[in-house]
Structures are given as C-alpha cells and as structure tokens.
Design a protein. Structure first.
Length: 446
C-alpha cells in the first residue's frame, strides 16, 4: 500500500468530499495510482472522478491496464469526462492503452477524441504491432539549422510546453529531414547570435518507425540516452521514443519470456486477478505435451529391463544423474536466450559457441562426476565408472541441448524463450536414461 496515513475509503463512505479533495491535491501520481489499484471497485472510480484534470491524466498512465479499463467503464456514463481524459493523455500512453483493447471498443473510444488527437491515434495505431512507431510520441521540439540561438530559444519557449522532453532539441531541414540533435545545455550556453548550424556535429542516432521495439531496447542500452528520435524510411523526423516507454517494453518482454520459460502459453499479468479457468488454460497445453514427452523416458527405461534386473542398485543414482543433465541444460538455455534477446550473440555464432560449450560442460561434468563418485564409493563402489561416465556425458548432452534449442527455435522464427526449462529438462531426462543404461549394458556385457 502507498505510504499514507489517510483512510480514503472511510472518507468516501462518510462522503467527506472537501477533505478528500484536500488530501488528494498534493499526492504524487505514482502514489495515487498505488492507492487506486488497491481500492475496491466503485471506490476507485469515485476517487478518480475527484482528481483535477492534470492529476487524473498523470495518474492514469501509471495504472495497470485492467484498472484503466475499469476506470473507463466506470466513467462511461459521462462521455465528456472520458473524452477529456483520452484527449489529455500523452499519445504514446494512449496508444499503449488502445492496443490492448478489443478492436470495436478502441474504435468507439477513438471517436471521442478531438479531430487532431484522433488523427494522431489512428496514425500511431497504423504501425505494425510491436514496432517502434507504436511507442513514439509526436510531442517534441525541432528547430531549423539556420535559426539563431535566440530564435531557437523563442521557438522552444513557444512549443516546448507540451514536449515529452527538452533534454535534446532536434535539428531539421526544410523538408523535416532529421540532420542532428543538440543538447539543450549547449543552446542555453551559446551566444544569442550564434547559428544553430554552428553548434551541430551531425552525429546522431535515430530509430526507424517500422523497426521492432527490441531494436529500441538495444539502442538505448548502447547510447545511454533518455530519448531518441524516430524517422520514417526517408529520414523525416516523425516522433521520439523516451526511456520510460522502452522500460515498459523491457518489463513486458521479460515477463513474457519468463512465463514462456516456465512453459506457460502466454504471460499472466496477475495470478490474483486471473480466473481459475484462465490459469488452467494457459498451463495445461504444455503440461500435457510434456507428459507425452516423458512417456519416452518410461519407454527408454523399459528397453533396459534386463540391465535394471541385474543391477537394481543402479536406480538409486538415476534421479541424481538425469537431474544434473537437466539443470545444466536449463543453465545453458537461460544464458543463450538472454544473449540472443539483447544481441550479445547472433545466429552465425552458434558453431563457435558449441565449441566453447563442449569445453565448459566437460569441465562441469568432470567436477560433478568427482562428487557423484564419492557418493557411489560409499553405496555401490562397483558402479563408480558407470555413474561417473554418465555424469560427464549427461551434463555435456544437457548443456548442448540447452544451447542449441534457442538457436533452432530462432531459426524457425519461434520465440527462443519457448525452449522452456521443462522442455529442456524432459529431453535431457530421456537422453540421460539412454546414456546411463547404455553404459551399464556395455559394462555388464548385456
């Protein structure tokens, strides 16, 4: 709960509107969003209705999407209030809200916008899903290279009030083609009669509106900027993307990958709010698939029935050995999925990585084999060679499976996070069983 001693629910129950407005007026939008998130339905709408226009706009962008929908539905009877809120929202925040709604609802809400805001909304929603165009905002300040510093500052004062950020001022030519960006500090410290073109170095980084949002993540990581310009295919400046919007994408991507790696069909935003059937639906498909995969483990065991009958003690080491292979594979896959996601490695690097993984997994296997040999020496010393050899091969096999699956999935244009830990573990289990009892069969001459 947000750090406040005021009981807003009690003030609403008592209908003490003047005290409620007084308590709300100085609260930070982030704290207000936390308060509204935790309030019961109806109370949250009442509280939101009492917020001044600017405060309502700033608070709305920090609410979860479910709560945003709830607020809009609660305000639906007051069309003017909904229209005012949607018109006041920053275009990028409004686009993020719209794209999560069913198409028919989005169309109805778009009609509530002013002609100017409606044009912006339609243009932003017209870009492909997950493109940088969906993230950008058209609220920025641009000046022309022939301006003097004094003219540029006048321009900034006039148009900068609604800009998303003023840290960087963008320089354009007559056709709005981006030719540079300049830090506001340099403009402020320059002489009033200096020309903007004298401050330019023509070194800038820009994003293309049609590029995937993951491109923006990588560029922001490399450039250490709080905002980047967005251009069309002709280099015309059409918007900017800010770091806060990119961080939202990072959080969504991380959540999605995390759920996929746990064998969920799709990301589950809040398990407390999701219905039981929804949670069941998102988990059951992969679990059923993995059940059928594990049938192969049983089939592999059945094929080595004679070996098991001749040396029942071998079963004691089975969970230890195949579990180690699965764990090594999960480690390797986690490393590769992250590296592919952030661009540290590319598809062409897979062959070099195999060589490195063979060496690393061999060293890991040798070390773990030494540990399992100590266990075997106390319980079944006659099987030390079998369990030690299996440990080395199982860890190496599991590691290579964990390394290769993300590359294979990427080549097939499937999200590499789908190479989930349970999937890797299941494949490593089957491989471990086959390796273990094949070595045992050779050892016993069966």
């Amino acid at each position: 709960m947000a750090e406040t001693t005021v009981d807003f629910t009690e003030l609403i129950r008592l209908k003490n509107w003047s005290s409620l407005r007084h308590e709300l007026e100085d609260l930070d939008p982030i704290i207000l969003a936390d308060i509204i998130e935790e309030m019961d339905e109806q109370d949250d709408i009442i509280l939101f209705r009492l917020l001044p226009r600017e405060q309502a706009k700033n608070t709305f962008q920090y609410l979860s999407h479910d709560k945003q929908e709830q607020i809009i539905e609660g305000l639906a009877k007051n069309v003017n209030r909904v229209a005012s809120l949607l018109n006041d929202l920053d275009p990028d925040d409004r686009t993020a809200f719209f794209e999560e709604l069913p198409g028919n609802i989005t169309q109805r809400l778009i009609q509530l916008l002013s002609p100017e805001e409606r044009s912006i909304a339609i243009r932003l929603l017209g870009y492909p899903e997950h493109s940088i165009g969906r993230l950008m905002t058209p609220e920025f300040v641009a000046v022309k290279s022939e301006y003097t510093v004094a003219q540029a500052l006048d321009h900034i004062r006039h148009y900068g009030r609604d800009s998303e950020t003023l840290n960087l001022i963008y320089v354009i030519d007559e056709k709005w083609k981006l030719i540079d960006d300049i830090r506001i500090r340099e403009i402020i410290l320059a002489q009033p009669d200096q020309l903007i073109k004298d401050l330019m170095d023509e070194h800038f980084v820009a994003l293309n509106a049609l590029d995937d949002q993951e491109v923006a993540i990588r560029v922001f990581q490399d450039q250490d900027r709080i905002a980047l310009p967005v251009t069309d295919s002709d280099g015309v400046l059409i918007g900017i993307v800010t770091i806060d919007d990119v961080m939202d994408v990072v959080e969504e991507e991380t959540t999605e990958d995390f759920h996929k790696f746990g064998s969920f069909q799709a990301a589950i935003v809040n398990p407390l709010k999701a219905s039981i059937f929804f949670l069941y639906q998102k988990r059951i498909v992969w679990l059923i698939a993995l059940v059928f995969m594990n049938v192969f483990s049983g089939a592999a065991l059945a094929s080595f029935e004679k070996v098991i009958q001749s040396a029942v003690s071998l079963i004691f080491f089975l969970p230890l050995l195949i579990g180690s292979g699965g764990n090594a594979g999960a480690q390797s896959a986690t490393l590769m999925i992250r590296s592919l996601a952030v661009g540290d490695v590319e598809m062409k690097d897979w062959f070099r990585l195999i060589g490195r993984e063979v060496m690393v997994s061999f060293l890991l296997g040798i070390t773990m084999a030494a540990g399992v040999s100590l266990i075997a020496s106390a319980r079944a010393p006659q099987y030390i060679l079998i369990v030690a050899s299996t440990m080395v091969l199982a860890v190496m096999t599991g590691s290579l499976i964990g390394l290769l699956l993300p590359f294979i999935f990427t080549r097939l244009k499937i999200d590499p996070a789908t190479a989930s830990a349970p999937l890797i573990t299941s494949i490593a289990d089957i491989s471990g069983v086959i390796i273990y009892f094949s070595i045992a069969s050779w050892y016993f001459g069966l």
